[in-house]
Design a binder for this molecule. Structure first.
Ligand code: SF4
Length: 293
């Protein structure tokens, strides 16, 4: 009998990736009709339909927005070659004339001004630019502001932000003010939904310029959507985390979003493993046992 699938291994790998992506979106199973396998001779596998929009209705912004997959397979750090070695994202340089002439973060903030470059402007209370040491060795990049951040104008100040602060201060032995923290989009998406592609495209030039101006030694990408925006890929975070990547010539460690850890504290050990790699890269000692977040 002729197999209906020309390459069964490839098909299974594709299905696995698709299911991992669904889990990232917070779905527990395949959408109805996502896969049609008749098994009949000559039948071909059907492509999955478009995913349903994610539902984000509760008020815990970061926790809702930063859905992560189920516990992933252990990272294969020995095969740590970047999945994507370059993000090829030079188009941002010419998107806003004058942007790359900004000489420091204050000039960049002035350049952004009362930004109306995407539809998120209409819903924000505060534009959340970034906070921390303008010459930090270590930079954290999240996805976008939530309700607390929008209200206060500072990134990572809600419950997830407190956990990030614990990771920085208790886990890494650094002060929060020593590092730099920002997001891909600077304005809060309504109903705490994920930023849409046009919003990311409008705002990412500011993030890339921030990276160039801060010139960190290491970036930590927090969660699926931040990492996807930085790398321009859609590989599941479960495959990316724990493996060094490259963004604008800077080493970038993808890891889970703190909001995900609030709901899945058992996975703190995975983030801790990633943080240890970051500390090694920075040439910094790890604090003693018992001080971790
Ligand atoms: S999200 Fe970015 S591009 Fe959109 S209005 Fe805010 S600062 Fe401007």
């Amino acid at each position: 009998m002729i197999s209906p699938f020309p390459d069964r291994t490839l098909l299974l790998a594709s299905l696995r990736d698709y299911v991992a992506q669904l889990r990232e979106e917070g779905l527990d199973g395949l959408p109805r009709g996502a896969v049609i396998i008749t098994g009949g001779e000559g039948a071909a596998p059907q492509p999955p339909p478009p995913r349903p929009p994610s539902v984000a209705s509760d008020a815990n912004s970061a926790a809702v927005r930063s859905r992560e997959p189920a516990p992933p397979a252990p990272a294969t750090r020995t095969a740590a070659a970047p999945i994507i070695a370059t993000n090829g994202a030079d188009a941002w340089r010419t998107k806003y004339p004058g942007l790359v002439q900004t000489g420091d973060l204050a000039a960049l903030r002035n350049f952004i001004g009362d930004c109306q470059r995407c539809k998120l402007a209409q819903m924000r209370t505060n534009l959340v630019f970034g906070v921390g040491n303008p010459h930090a060795e270590l930079m954290f990049v999240g996805e976008g502001p939530g309700a607390e951040e929008d209200a206060q104008g500072e990134p990572f100040v809600g419950r997830a932000g407190q956990l990030l602060t614990d990771i920085i201060e208790r886990g890494m032995g650094l002060r929060r003010a020593e590092v730099y923290i920002c997001n891909v989009v600077k304005c809060r998406p309504p109903e705490n939904r994920n930023p849409e592609p046009d919003e990311v495209a409008a705002c990412e030039p500011f993030l890339f310029r921030q990276i160039e101006l801060v010139k960190p030694k290491v970036i930590v990408g927090l969660g699926t959507h931040a990492v996807h925006a930085l790398l321009k890929i859609k590989t599941p975070i479960s495959k990316l985390r724990g493996n060094w990547q490259q963004v604008l010539g800077v080493r970038m460690m993808p890891t889970f979003h703190p909001a995900y850890l609030l709901r899945n504290p058992g996975d703190k050990r995975l983030v801790w493993a990633d943080i240890q790699e970051v500390m090694k890269e920075l040439g910094r000692p790890l604090p003693g046992r018992g001080s971790r977040a």
